[in-house]
Ligand binder design. Sequence first.
Ligand SMILES: NC(=O)c1ccc[n+]([C@@H]2O[C@H](COP(=O)([O-])OP(=O)(O)OC[C@H]3O[C@@H](n4cnc5c(N)ncnc54)[C@H](O)[C@@H]3O)[C@@H](O)[C@H]2O)c1
Length: 267
Amino acid sequence: MDTTRLAGKNVLITGAAQGMGAAVGRYYAAQGAKVCLGDVNLEGAQSVADEINAAGGVATAVSLDVTKRESAAAAVAHTVAEFGSINVLLNNAGINKPLFFLDITEENWQRIMDVNAWGTLVCMQEAAKQMVAQGKQDFPYKIINVGSILSREAFDDVIPYSASKHAVLAFIKGGAKALIEHNITVNGYGPGVVRTELWEQLDKDLVAIGKFKKPGESMDSLAENMILMKRYSYPEDVVGTAAFLASPESDYMTGQLIMIDGGMVMQ
Ligand SMILES: NC(=O)c1ccc[n+]([C@@H]2O[C@H](COP(=O)([O-])OP(=O)(O)OC[C@H]3O[C@@H](n4cnc5c(N)ncnc54)[C@H](O)[C@@H]3O)[C@@H](O)[C@H]2O)c1
């Protein structure tokens, strides 16, 4: 592993207490980035930061609710206070709760859109304001948004989530256009089926609404029927692309969403 690939990158990662956010945090730090791990679960984020620091990396944790502007601004300020500046934002926080079309409630819609869509927009704004204030640098500032296969597809039992992830794609495209004058690029990656705490809960919820009969069936069924590679993925499957998007190797890219889904969605 190139331990200097991300040297000089001061990164804020949202939703980094577990799952893909934590895995990418560990991987970024191992490649030389300084990482600020933000999460509503501060204890979880702190334990990931402690683990990174014990392994010789540089990490800090901050309490962050992406749906609250003042919390997003405070997490950006914490990153700057710890590392001197912020030059990469990874918008990873996200939630899901499946319901069939006719059962979708206002509460279900609002909560998912609030965290996944509004939370992403707010964090982009607060990080971009700081990047603009820092002034232009030799290399681009980078905003990386975590989309999904459902940024380009919609399943009948997760429509608000699909809408929220389509919004994330809109932020990638529109944000790229809005922010390039400040030398800020906006890209993203879209995982497919990833075995994390999010999917463990989703699997239980899908059994509860009657979509699948037994625990684990959702992942196995999708792997068998919808994933070309015939297996679901793990957080380690996304870290390479996440590092590429934070590294100088992607400096000439903006407005792009890269799928990491074993071959589920092609467009
Ligand atoms: N797991 C999958 O199959 C999958 C597939 C495609 C996309 N994604 C997306 O990848 C991202 C990471 O997912 P994961 O599977 O690692 O999830 P996860 O549930 O394991 O981790 C998500 C983290 O976000 C945090 N979080 C939730 N609400 C928050 C808020 N308001 N403010 C700050 N933090 C908050 C949680 O506490 C948690 O630590 C999400 O955006 C998710 O939508 C996941």
